[in-house]
Design a protein around this ligand. Structure first.
Ligand code: UGA
Length: 469
């Protein structure tokens, strides 16, 4: 099928490359000519596993790039809208990019086409998109608007796209659902997975994925509700971790017992320094705003956000309790992006903490396998960027682990101990076992677990109501 994908951000670029891999002819449309030239030239603008392979496989043949939206719409049977929906100052989603795409598309509707929302948008957006297209002169019979939300995670976006838990199609007519069904047929009929050149199958993949057909409004809500629920799960476990710290319980054990209940599930129950990224913070806020606008006061979401902000502050207090004053201290930081496996620093809790350390007068030596260039743009020369975890640790008063890259969980601990001025590790992602760290000679702080100390005396935590410093 001929498909136009509008917007070459994370979602658009990954969706475009994956649709091409499913055998469709894709035009990726963006108004950023420089970006298009870079893509044509073979550059890959984001750090994403398997994306370079897919782009080099299809670039120039099944995947082409254009800044002419009207023409791309004219040439395509399905037009996916994957432009940004950034938050406004009031926390609502700014839909002006979606609106301007809808306006422009209307000139290219010269036969039946389906316009599909892929961006995360509030419920009712599809109605507005339809209205805008009609207002600009399109024939009502020449198009339908559908919603096909995306559930991909940065870092594993290609795999999430090609091996999804489910494919949600929000369509208000059988004809629309049929077009979308045809687009995803190589996944739902399983033929993609039989190909020898298919992207490798991850563990726990559900093959073939189920297709869920709903109304457009329901599909729009599924996306917001999914992200809000996952954010709630993270805030919930972070709150449980705080209770664990107060009473001396171990959050890893609690999560094991909790998550083994199949109704609850083990995934997305990792406590840490709070969720970040371009989706959860924005989407929880937007969903809160949508609910308010529709007459429901969704206060649970306020609490999800509050716990999330508090989690960063708690971690900062933990750094204080390990180092006392921060002025003049040298702190090694591992991880700058909003999570491991990505170079994306948007709404990164790690960056929030680095900025807080700088404000308190610490010197920061940082290392991240992928995000240093982006972080340098924001932090400039205030931070020393180092080539490895060991370089960052050299002569530091403590080492902070802020994202869960695999290499951060497999450090040569004796090398780290020798590099550090004091053997103190403050781990915001619980990558290590507390006893092992103590046996290796570290004072080890983590989230939701008592601090471990080489001589066995926990420091800085409440035990039986008494604080041990
Ligand atoms: C998220 C969703 O997981 C995707 O399903 C969705 O498609 C995407 O948003 C989107 O709306 O585009 P993403 O933002 O890439 O994906 O990252 P996640 O892996 O979900 O992580 C989000 C944040 O939560 C990160 O800061 C991560 O460190 C944190 N997190 C995640 C935890 O603190 N604990 C966990 O157990 C899981």
């Amino acid at each position: 099928m001929k498909i136009a994908v509008v917007g070459s951000g994370y979602v658009g670029l990954v969706a475009g490359a994956c649709f091409a891999d499913l055998g469709h002819e894709v035009i990726l449309v963006d108004n950023d000519r420089q970006k298009l030239a870079a893509l044509r030239d073979g550059q890959v603008p984001i750090h994403e596993q398997f994306l370079p392979e897919l782009l080099s496989r299809h670039r120039g043949n099944r995947l082409t790039f254009s800044d002419d939206l009207k023409e791309a719409a004219r040439l395509s049977s399905a037009i996916f809208v994957a432009v940004g929906t950034p938050p406004t100052e009031r926390g609502e989603a700014d839909l002006s990019y979606v609106e301007s795409v809808a306006r422009e598309i209307s000139g290219g509707l010269d036969g039946y086409k389906v316009v599909i929302e892929k961006s995360t948008v509030p419920v009712y957006t599809s109605e507005w998109v339809r209205r805008i297209i009609l207002r600009n002169g399109a024939d009502p019979e020449s198009f339908d608007v559908a919603s096909n939300p995306e559930f991909l995670r940065e870092g594993s976006a290609v795999t999430d796209f090609l091996f999804p838990d489910r494919i949600v199609i929000g369509a208000d007519s059988g004809r629309t659902a049929e077009v979308l069904g045809e687009i995803y047929a190589p996944l739902t009929d399983g033929s993609y997975y039989q190909r020898t050149d298919a992207i490798p199958q991850p563990d726990h993949a559900r093959i073939p994925p189920p297709i869920i057909v709903t109304s457009t409004k329901s599909a729009e809500l599924i996306k917001h509700a999914s992200n809000a629920f996952l954010a709630m799960k993270i805030s919930f476990v972070n709150a449980v971790a705080s209770v664990c710290e107060s009473v001396g319980a171990d959050v890893k054990q609690v999560v094991h017992g909790l998550g083994t209940d199949s109704r609850i599930g083990r995934r997305f129950l990792n406590p840490g320094i709070g969720y970040g990224g371009s989706c959860f913070p924005k989407d929880v806020m937007a969903f809160r705003a949508v609910a308010r606008e529709c007459g429901y006061d969704f206060r649970l979401l306020d609490e999800v956000m509050r716990i999330n902000e508090d989690q960063r502050e708690r971690f900062l207090r933990k750094i204080h309790s390990a180092l006392w004053t921060l002025r003049g201290k040298r702190v090694a930081v591992l991880g700058l992006a909003f999570k491991g496996g990505t170079d994306d620093i948007r709404e990164s809790p790690a960056l929030f903490l680095v900025k807080a350390l700088l404000e308190e007068g610490s010197q920061v030596a940082a290392y991240d396998p992928a995000a240093m260039d982006r972080a340098r743009d924001v932090l400039g020369s205030k931070v020393e960027f180092r080539a490895s975890a060991y370089d960052a640790a050299q002569d530091a008063d403590a080492l902070l682990i802020l994202t869960e890259w695999e290499e951060f969980g497999n450090l040569d601990l004796s090398r780290i101990r020798k590099a550090l001025r004091y053997p103190i590790i403050i781990d915001g992602r619980n990558l290590y076992d507390s006893e092992t760290m103590a046996a290796q000679g570290f004072t080890y702080y983590s989230v939701g677990r008592a601090a471990a100390h080489p001589d066995g005396v926990p420091t800085g935590f409440m035990r039986n109501g008494k604080r041990h410093e």
